[in-house]
Design a protein around this ligand. Structure first.
Ligand SMILES: NC(=O)c1ccc[n+]([C@@H]2O[C@H](COP(=O)([O-])OP(=O)(O)OC[C@H]3O[C@@H](n4cnc5c(N)ncnc54)[C@H](OP(=O)(O)O)[C@@H]3O)[C@@H](O)[C@H]2O)c1
Length: 260
């Protein structure tokens, strides 16, 4: 729950009011610093409250004011989301932007079919996103204002051999976001799907081979730029768009013979 409230907003310096789900480590932690630097007030959510508190302390110290507040939360506690969403939007004094970053990717062996792991991935990567973003969509559709962003993955663009549950969760998330976009764009709301390649976080420990790895800070800069530019779908870095296009064009009878 809230450790300390946001300060009074200064009328001549309006701040973008942002919910960031998954801000304790990796890309989300870097995004928290980036957004606060860019003048957002940010409600930062994740389970590891000590890390969240420290991330908020650092962001506020750099900004010289109270712009980030930690809210300890497990996204799989779906029933608590509506009340927490209401509390946070009241604490923020409104809502302009929600970014869903939370995700898990446990190690999965080549011939492993573990429902517990798939269950966790679908709960965190997909259902948690739906629980939070439905709340935002419902609010934004009424006020005809706002922006929704979420982190999918390049690896959600095709059913690959490595992580069936992960690819499924990210692929389904992309479809859900497209549906939100098609509903909400006519209400003046932007929905941004972010598809990173490899980013140097704890998630990479489970990847078989990696290349073109970028830092979480670089990923955060590119994601913040894409959100400000109100992009619909963005690959991070952009060259992954062309890799993904080629992968999507490979015919199925060839694709199933490849180990990608
Ligand atoms: N790293 C990459 O190469 C890469 C590539 C493509 C996409 N992505 C996506 O980028 C996102 C961020 O991942 P990352 O690489 O930065 O890894 P990370 O450091 O492990 O970050 C994952 C974040 O999700 C949060 N989270 C996980 N389970 C949660 C739960 N049940 N409730 C609340 N928060 C939860 C974690 O916080 P707590 O553990 O404190 O709860 C953490 O803040 C993920 O969606 C991931 O799929 C990453």
């Amino acid at each position: 729950m809230t450790s300390h409230p946001f300060g009074q907003e200064r009328p001549l310096h309006p701040e973008t009011k942002t919910i960031l789900v998954g801000a304790s480590s990796g890309i989300g932690a870097a995004l928290l610093q980036e957004l606060v630097r860019r003048g957002h007030r940010v409600a930062a959510l994740a389970r590891r409250g000590d890390l969240l508190e420290e991330n908020c302390r650092q962001a506020n110290a750099a900004a010289g004011m109270q712009r980030a507040v930690a809210y300890e939360h497990d996204v799989t506690d779906f029933g608590t989301v509506p009340a927490l969403f209401e509390q946070i939007t009241a604490d923020l004094g409104g809502l302009d932007l929600i970014i869903y970053v939370a995700g898990v990717q446990p190690p999965v062996a080549a011939h492993e079919y573990d429902f517990a792991k798939d269950h966790e991935m679908v709960q965190v990567n997909l259902l948690g996103a739906m629980a939070w973003l439905n709340e935002a969509a419902s609010r934004f559709t009424h006020v005809r204002h706002g922006q929704i962003a979420a982190l999918g993955s390049v690896s959600g663009d095709r059913g690959r051999v490595a992580f069936p549950g992960y690819h499924t969760s990210k692929g389904a998330l992309a479809i859900y976001l497209e549906s939100l976009r098609n509903r909400l764009s006519r209400r003046g709301v932007t929905v941004t799907t972010v598809k990173p390649g490899f980013v140097d976080t704890r998630l990479l420990a489970n990847a078989a081979k990696t290349f073109w790895v970028i830092s979480p800070e670089e990923a955060a800069r590119q994601i913040a730029d894409a959100i400000e530019a109100r992009k619909q779908v963005v690959y991070v870095p952009g060259r992954w768009r062309w890799v993904s296009l080629i992968i999507q064009l490979i015919p199925s009878f060839i694709f199933r013979r490849l180990s990608i």
